[in-house]
Design a protein around this ligand. Structure first.
Ligand code: SIN
Length: 506
């Protein structure tokens, strides 16, 4: 008789390899758990963390001022209890993991003090950074550290496709890894799968940001929250392949000019270029529509020496001179899988951390340079909690994946993704209206129906990504349709609001 292969098990299973996933793996391993980290990434650049430019906000001994800034940027919609957790754990988490364990060489001034940067909606200089490539400088050593840890096994190029559930509890995931067979069973499963950039035509995220964790969790019955709050970064290079022009540039006095060469931000907000991100993004879009273009004028700063990595990117794209054409672009999802202060979801055995989670700290609009911090703080807390639960992996019946139909036509996923992105761009972008949201819901329902028909008989990563993107897009549309109040990133334009604005303009 052929031998049945042993079950693949771990005490704590982490899905995703950005800062939040690495932090969860590290914390669980430190508690003595055997940890498995699976990631569909094949290189660090596949995680959004690697692209984070500005840095990581710390409290610098003044937690109250950070809390006030987080709340103000969120248009007073952030959860104050979650903000307390973020801010009160910030300095310790950064000191422990980033400074002492990983020895990240954050930029210093000539006097040896950290060179704290300023970004929009921060009342103080408090952002630790390495050039404007902080994510790369944090994630690569973090991945190396985690990969070399004796209690952590990292499996790259391994996508989680479904959660394994039994009687309302999560017991692990099914993956697309053929060599070991799936599933991986775990006492605690931590989703750290990142954002949703692939749902939009232009995003600062890597292509693999397809909302996987949110979709898998929601399909298993987990609560989600705040999904209507999709954040658009105001200053991405204005091309089909955008790249980020960090808010740190505006923190160092870069200014925005419209197609008439005029600065305009003071007309939209008293803090001008340093207004909250949602306000700047809408202003940039309106000025682009009214005057043809918006540029980021970097002439007030020492661009080449202060921001060498961004300057290099600009040169690579053939950009010369001080004026960089910019346009808003999808950047971050403020909502996600609803979690508590330890990353616990509504499903037993399941945690979520990082961008796929909704901790409540961002409310309707995230403050700059708080996403790496949130991933670090909640990653550590969830990893520790998952390990401390001491739950053993339990072997339960897992769903079977079928692969009975011929290979998908190459174009299938690409065509459906293009349709999905068109719908999201048209109706669930920077500004929305109720009729558009309803149209989006109907279009997305049709699309999901077509995709579901394929996933019933075929197992392919691309197809599952497409399914996840459809599920997450539908959830965003539903959340947007249910929220009639314009706040932060969910900006509703109704006939009445347009009339009120044009009266004010007169
Ligand atoms: C940026 O550098 O502008 C992005 C920082 C962030 O998203 O928090």
């Amino acid at each position: 008789m052929p031998e049945t292969p042993p079950h693949d098990t771990a005490d704590v299973l982490v899905v995703g390899s950005g800062i939040a996933g690495c932090a969860a793996a590290l914390a669980a391993a430190r508690e003595g758990s055997d940890v498995r980290l699976v990631t569909k990434a094949t290189r660090p650049a596949d995680a959004s963390t690697d692209r984070a430019q500005g840095g990581i906000s710390v409290a610098r001994g003044d937690p109250d001022s950070v809390k006030a800034d987080v709340l103000a940027a969120s248009d007073d919609t952030a959860d104050p209890t979650a903000v307390d957790v973020l801010v009160e754990n910030a300095d310790d988490a950064v000191a422990d993991v980033l400074l002492e364990t990983l020895e990240i060489p954050f930029d210093e001034r000539t006097d040896g003090e950290f060179d704290y940067a300023r970004e929009a909606a921060h009342s103080e200089r408090r952002i630790l950074h390495v050039d404007a490539a902080t994510g790369t400088h944090v994630l690569r050593p973090f991945l190396n550290y985690v990969d070399g840890h004796e209690r952590i096994e990292v499996r790259q190029d391994t996508a989680a496709l479904e959660l394994v559930t039994h009687e309302g509890r999560v017991h692990g995931v099914l993956t697309d890894e053929a060599s070991t067979g799936n599933p991986i069973y775990a006492g605690a499963t931590v989703l750290a799968t990142g954002g949703i950039g692939a749902l939009y035509g232009r995003s600062t995220n890597p292509d693999g940001a397809t909302g996987d964790g949110i979709a898998m969790a929601a399909l298993a019955g987990a609560d989600v929250a705040d999904l209507e709050y999709v954040q658009f970064h105001p200053t991405a290079f204005d091309e089909d392949e955008p790249f980020l022009l960090s808010e740190a540039l505006r923190g160092e006095d870069a200014v925005l000019r419209n197609g008439d060469g005029r600065r305009f931000m003071a007309e939209y907000h008293p803090d001008a270029e340093l207004a909250p991100r949602d306000v700047v993004a809408r202003a940039v879009e309106r000025e682009r529509e009214a005057t043809g273009e918006v540029v980021l004028d970097v002439s007030p700063l020492e661009f080449e020496s202060a921001f060498p990595t961004i300057a290099e990117r600009c040169r690579e794209r053939g950009l010369e001179g001080d004026e960089i054409p910019v346009a808003p672009c999808e950047h971050f999802l403020c909502g996600g899988i609803d979690v508590d202060d330890r990353g616990r979801t509504s499903l037993e055995g399941l945690y979520a951390v990082g961008e796929c989670a909704c901790t409540g700290v961002h409310g309707a609009n995230r403050l700059a340079s708080t996403s790496l911090l949130e991933g670090l703080v909640w990653g550590l807390r969830a990893g520790e909690d998952g390990a401390a639960s001491g739950d053993e992996p339990r072997i339960v019946e897992a769903p079977t994946l079928r692969d009975s139909d011929p290979v998908l036509p190459d174009r299938f996923a690409a065509e459906k993704f293009t349709r999905l992105q068109g719908t999201m761009d048209d109706y669930l972008g920077l500004e929305r209206d109720p009729e558009g949201i309803a149209r989006a819901s109907a279009a997305l329902r049709r699309l999901k129906g077509e995709v579901d028909a394929y996933t019933r008989t075929r197992t392919s990563r691309k197809l599952y990504e497409l399914r996840n993107a459809c599920v997450t897009a539908l959830l965003i549309a539903r959340a947007a349709g249910e929220n009639g109040e314009s706040r932060g990133c969910h900006h509703l334009v109704t006939d009445e609001s347009t009339a009120a604005e044009s009266t004010a303009d007169d």
